[in-house]
Design a protein around this ligand. Structure first.
Ligand SMILES: NC(=O)c1ccc[n+]([C@@H]2O[C@H](COP(=O)([O-])OP(=O)(O)OC[C@H]3O[C@@H](n4cnc5c(N)ncnc54)[C@H](O)[C@@H]3O)[C@@H](O)[C@H]2O)c1
Length: 314
């Protein structure tokens, strides 16, 4: 890439599969940065990258997109989005992907760091919290520069279901999800609102619980339909929102997986919490007071992450 000709931001996406290529699409369509797609499968990132590049005149965007197998092309990326890995198949949990994707993480992160020592890493590969922790340990980066994507997706799913249920604009709906990306995630209804009104004021408890459960099962619902592969439009849009918050230094509060060092009473573990994202990456973790039930649910979720990271020893 003729980097010196341009002053645009550079985003590398590792893994040119469903999530990676679709993230490239969203990023280029928003003209957030130039994009390098890298994958082990020869030709696929090149083909998808060129195809996307050829859409730019129609979209009136000047993002440059290129596909490659060579990490030298990723040099000096501002943000690297890690989507390499195996997706879930029907009947598989995210945790089944643990060992397969940890091996991939070990193969990739060192090379990313070698060529982009100052980048901010956004991890998408599953099982999310454990892979974020693996990337944090392998990279040697400070926690500010290794952030996991899960909560933006989980809360977008919750927002979708709330908007559908109440027949209101998705723009009116905010949602709050804590915890690991898995069956133990902790949606917080009292902090989920429609035009500022907590949803607990607008729906009965049974309806809230039904939407919470659908949110927890949101990934599996899509896997069941697709049969081969898992969700990718919303996951890639979620990663793109994080990329945008960082590249534009928006100081946006988003639920992300972050390495906790005492926040929420948890230490040495990646768990989903409200994070402020800006040019430095993770700029602040927002702590809120939890009810005893919410704290118990968060601790249970953290314990599930802890079990996984113990298996791979990170
Ligand atoms: N965090 C989340 O909320 C979330 C949501 C959706 C998917 N995911 C995860 O994201 C990952 C990707 O999902 P997908 O649907 O795009 O899968 P996919 O199979 O479509 O794409 C994965 C790509 O990674 C590539 N790859 C494998 N090993 C590689 C390596 N060493 N270097 C570079 N590329 C490599 C594959 O060739 C493939 O193209 C999966 O682990 C999935 O579980 C996470």
């Amino acid at each position: 890439m003729e980097r010196e000709l341009f002053m645009r931001k550079k985003v590398t996406i590792v893994g040119a599969g469903n999530v990676g290529a679709t993230a490239a699409h969203w990023i280029a369509a928003k003209e957030l940065a130039d994009v390098v797609l890298i994958d082990v499968v020869e030709g696929v990132p090149q083909g998808k990258g060129l195809d996307l590049l050829e859409a730019m005149p129609i979209e009136k965007r000047d993002s440059y997109i290129v596909g490659t197998q060579d990490y030298a092309d990723t040099a000096n990326s501002d943000v690297v989005v890690m989507t390499a890995g195996s997706p879930r198949k029907p009947g598989m949990s995210r945790d089944d992907l643990l060992n397969i994707n940890y091996q991939i993480m070990k193969a990739v992160i060192g090379k990313v760091v070698q060529y982009s020592p100052n980048c901010i890493l956004i991890i998408v590969s599953n099982p999310l919290d454990a892979m974020a922790q693996a990337a944090y340990k392998i990279s040697g980066f400070p926690r500010e520069r290794v952030i996991g994507m899960a909560g933006v997706l989980d809360s977008a799913r919750f927002r979708t279901f709330i908007a559908q249920e109440l027949k209101v604009s998705v723009e009116n709906v905010t949602a709050f999800v804590l915890g690991g990306h898995g069956d133990t995630m902790v949606p917080l209804p009292r902090y989920s609102t429609v035009a500022g009104i907590p949803i607990t004021e607008l729906m009965d408890a049974a309806t809230v619980e039904r939407l919470v459960q659908r949110t927890r099962d949101g990934g599996a619902e899509i896997v069941k339909y697709l049969k081969t592969g898992s969700a990718y439009y919303a996951p890639s849009a979620a990663a793109t929102e994080m990329v945008e918050a960082i590249l534009k230094d928006k100081k946006k509060i988003l639920p992300c997986a972050a390495y906790l060092q005492g926040e929420y009473g948890i230490s040495g573990l990646y768990v989903g919490v409200p994070c402020k994202l800006g040019a430095k990456g993770l700029e602040q973790i927002i702590e809120i007071k939890l009810t005893p039930d919410e704290k118990a649910a968060l601790d249970k979720s953290a314990a599930a992450v802890k079990e996984l990271v113990a298996v791979i020893g990170v």
